[in-house]
Design a protein around this ligand. Structure first.
Ligand code: TYM
Length: 332
């Protein structure tokens, strides 16, 4: 049986954080052993909000290094930059011909992004509006069925399934339906008490964070806001620090912390200290591996991966062009 195909990407708009790791990258690592995997840096998607060319440039290689440092193996999976596969852009253009504009306008992710761009006094570009179509093309160009992403990306996957269905209905079966990893699409909360840790919200623990940085960020992190005094019992279920313990601490420690918080046996300062230690233990080996990867090696991996991803991308694009009535480019 043919192996199922996995595709996922990360925008290069800042340092990656533990939300990216637990929401997405951790799953990439396990999937590479079983499936045909493509993991990329969504540099075109980054341009929907990133206006500074230098900033984009400096974030690309570190993400390749993060991919490698968390355990992705270029022998097992294809790592590349989205923009090195121009077939994706052409497929996005072609998919836009079957996609009603009104549905793009109704997407919750569009409304949120539009609002945050306006709030920041930035341009709301046509590229930003087109974001979901480009993301559908990233996935469909490889005919992927498994898309390991965090919970925030689920509306985009639903959108991708819709585009694929529309294309298939009009031109004949071409694209399989894709979905997230069953039960593993999570949302890692932010240190500021909000529900999502993000690259640009200033509420994240980055993968490159030093122990001092971790301690500083945790010291001001929001906990259960109803717990005013040290002797007040806390409610771990509404505390983002507890949610992070669930990802980073042993099951025994999580159980102990839950009880100790509810009975006020420990205070938030102590609880944060334990979390900080576990974060540092998790980050140290990752940072060591990242340090050992040279820029040249990271560049080489991207270049090799881009070439590989283009081979399968071209096959899909040729099939799509043919089905849509465009001239045959197979020989080129
Ligand atoms: P991006 O760059 O915002 O995030 C990359 C991945 O990390 C996940 N993630 C989180 N998961 C849980 N909790 C969090 N706090 C958290 N923050 C980020 C995201 O869900 C994502 O999986 N549109 C995508 C990039 C993309 C893509 C694709 C993904 C472009 N094309 C095709 C999959 C397939 C994005 O902006 O991810």
């Amino acid at each position: 049986m043919e192996k199922q195909i996995v595709v996922s990407g990360i925008r290069a708009t800042g340092e990656l954080h533990i939300g990216n790791y637990f929401g997405a990258m951790r799953n990439f690592v396990t999937l590479q052993d079983e499936f045909k995997c493509y993991f990329f840096i969504a540099d075109w998607h980054s341009l929907t909000t990133e206006e500074d060319a230098e900033a984009l440039k400096v974030h690309i290689l570190p993400i390749v290094k993060d991919y490698l440092a968390v355990g992705l193996d270029p022998q097992k999976c294809t790592l590349f930059a989205q923009s090195s596969v121009p077939e994706i852009a052409e497929l996005a253009l072609l998919l836009s011909m079957v996609q009603p504009k009104t549905e793009l306008e109704g997407l919750p992710t569009w409304k949120e992004k539009e609002a945050s761009q306006k709030e920041a006094g930035k341009i709301v570009s046509a590229g930003l509006f087109f974001y979901p179509v480009l993301m559908a093309a990233d996935i469909l160009i490889q005919k992927a069925t498994i898309i390991p992403v965090g919970k925030d990306q689920l509306p985009h996957l639903e959108f991708t399934r819709d585009v694929a269905r529309r294309f298939n209905n009009r031109y004949g079966f071409t694209f399989p339906a894709c979905d997230a990893l069953e039960g593993r699409a999570i949302k890692v909360p932010g240190l500021d008490g909000t529900e999502k840790m993000g690259k640009t919200e200033g509420n994240a623990i980055d993968l490159v964070e030093t122990p001092e940085g971790v301690a500083q960020k945790l010291s001001v992190a929001v906990t259960d806001t109803n717990r005013k005094l040290r002797q007040d019992p806390g409610n771990p279920y509404i505390c983002n620090i507890f949610a992070l313990h669930e990802l980073l601490s042993t099951p025994e420690m999580v159980e102990q912390i839950k009880t100790d918080c509810q009975t006020a046996a420990i205070g938030c300062v102590e609880c944060k200290k334990m979390l900080g230690n576990n974060i540092n233990k998790f980050l140290a080996p990752l940072q060591e591996r990242r340090q050992a990867i040279s820029d040249d090696y990271a560049r080489q991996i991207l270049s090799d991966g881009g070439k590989k991803a283009r081979i399968t991308a071209r096959q899909t694009l040729n099939e799509v062009r043919d089905k849509m009535g465009l001239p045959d480019l197979k020989g080129e």
